[in-house]
Design a protein around this ligand. Structure first.
Ligand SMILES: [Zn+2]
Length: 452
């Protein structure tokens, strides 16, 4: 290295020597200048090239790290107030352990800006950053940070902008919340294997399948009642934030044809603001008991005749229904009530009894886990335990019993009292609000391949 350096200097001085004799004292200045140029050139050429380009890119448009370059994507309101067309965006996805300082350090950005962005004056949410949230850095064409967008969630963002767009100025913040864009979607399906598989094949999102089965869970046992050829149609909302779909679409109206019997339900918000599902005549879909007290979506093998038979090891009078289901499948309380037993014995394994009042008791046997204690109040559809194979059992299943005044009834066939009809005073309002939804459902059904 030192030899290299000497070589450069020598070259420069040998070139300047003849000039020295010609121009006298001025030549000293010239030599000095040439030497300086040679030295500067030397240092520049010997810089680590990777370091050099990194420093350079940080000054202009950084696109290293996780960075993707984004062009201005603000909405029109934002655009009209500021000319931001020269801003180039780079996105950073927050990782576990990150804080604002560490992110700025990674981005070779000024720590002064970290203080400015964390200023109490802004009531900044930036100190609340969580993994997987995003920060977008907006750089001017000169490569300095003018804007920062903190994307807290799909519906909530904060935009920090330099006051008067002045370099090194403080930031001002604006909260941007985006409401969802709602699109009504229709799907229908004839059940070929199981409701869950058929619905999934038809592109129905998981949460909509869950909601659909819940709406009809008071009328239909989705484990035992479903038959090949059953069909359903559903009208539901899809929510979009920033162009990407978000789970949580509400079902507006649905029809389920089970063993030739049609069940219809519609969503309605009453004058008290309570939203629920009703029959076209205005009866609440909710009844005192659900038919199958477990998460049927875990049970994939429908139409398996073996499943219909009791699988107890011991020969005994069978007075309940057996639902073969994978270990750990959630078990629901069939109705509101109080836990009268939560215990273990050799025959039942882990078991739970619930008293629902009116002389009705439900029993749940062979659980892997019990989630409620004796004496606890439970509400309908609350998870009380998990499917297991404890006690006299040859495989994972739920043994379920339904007793009225101590007498065993078939939980699938027992007559359940009708639910309450909607308040008479708002029946007109109910029809006015819900008939367009049923009409829409019918129109889609007519256009669909399936005849309803
Ligand atoms: Zn059994």
């Amino acid at each position: 290295m030192p030899q290299n350096r000497k070589k450069n200097i020598n070259k420069a001085s040998s070139f300047s020597l003849p000039i020295l004799s010609k121009f006298g004292t001025y030549a000293y200045l010239l030599i000095y200048a040439l030497l300086s140029i040679a030295l500067i050139l030397y240092f520049l050429l010997n810089q680590d090239p990777s370091k050099y380009s990194e420093a350079y890119s940080a000054l202009t448009v950084p696109n290293k790290d996780t960075g993707q370059t984004f062009h201005e994507t603000f909405n029109s309101a934002e655009k009209s107030t500021q000319s931001t067309k020269d801003i180039v965006w780079e996105e950073y996805i927050i990782k576990r352990g990150d804080n604002l300082s560490s992110i700025f350090k990674k981005k070779s950005l000024s720590t002064k800006d970290v203080f400015k962005l964390s200023s109490k004056r802004l009531a900044v949410p930036l100190i609340e950053i969580q993994p997987d949230q995003k920060i977008q850095f907006g750089y001017t064409s000169q490569g300095y940070l003018e804007k920062l967008k903190y994307i807290k969630s799909k519906s909530e963002s904060y935009i920090y902008t330099r006051i008067n767009k002045k370099k090194d100025a403080n930031f001002q913040v604006k909260r941007v919340s985006l409401g969802p864009k709602i699109i009504t979607t229709y799907r229908d399906s004839i059940i070929k294997d199981s409701l869950y598989l058929s619905a999934k094949k038809n592109g129905l999102p998981h949460n909509v399948i869950m909601k659909l089965s819940k709406i009809f869970s008071w009328d239909i046992d989705f484990v035992f009642d479903i038959r090949k050829g059953d069909k359903f149609s559903v009208l539901y909302e899809e929510h979009f934030y920033d162009g990407s779909k978000v789970v949580g679409g509400n079902i507006l109206a649905a029809e389920f044809v089970n063993k030739g019997v049609s069940y219809k339900a519609v969503r309605y918000q009453d004058t008290n603001g309570k939203t629920d599902y009703y029959t076209p005549e205005g009866y609440d879909m909710r009844k005192t008991f659900i038919r199958a007290p477990l998460d049927f979506t875990r049970i994939s093998s429908s139409f398996d005749p073996k499943r219909m038979h009791p699988i107890h090891k011991k020969v005994m009078a069978h007075r309940g229904v057996d639902y073969a289901a994978p270990l750990g499948t959630p078990i629901y309380a069939a109705g509101d009530g109080r836990v009268t037993a939560s215990n273990y014995n050799r025959a039942n394994g882990n078991y739970i009894f619930i008293n629902h009042g009116g002389g009705i008791t439900t029993k749940y046997l062979h659980l892997r886990k019990r989630r409620v204690m004796k004496g606890a109040r439970v509400i309908q559809l609350q998870i009380i335990g998990e499917v297991g194979s404890t006690g006299y059992s040859t495989g994972p299943h739920l043994h379920y019993e339904f007793l009225v005044d101590g007498i065993h009834k078939d939980p699938q066939k027992v007559d359940l009292p009708d639910s309450n009809p909607i308040n008479k005073q708002e029946l007109d309002r109910f029809y006015k609000n819900t008939s367009p939804l049923f009409a829409k459902l019918k129109e889609y059904q007519r256009l669909s391949e399936l005849a309803f």
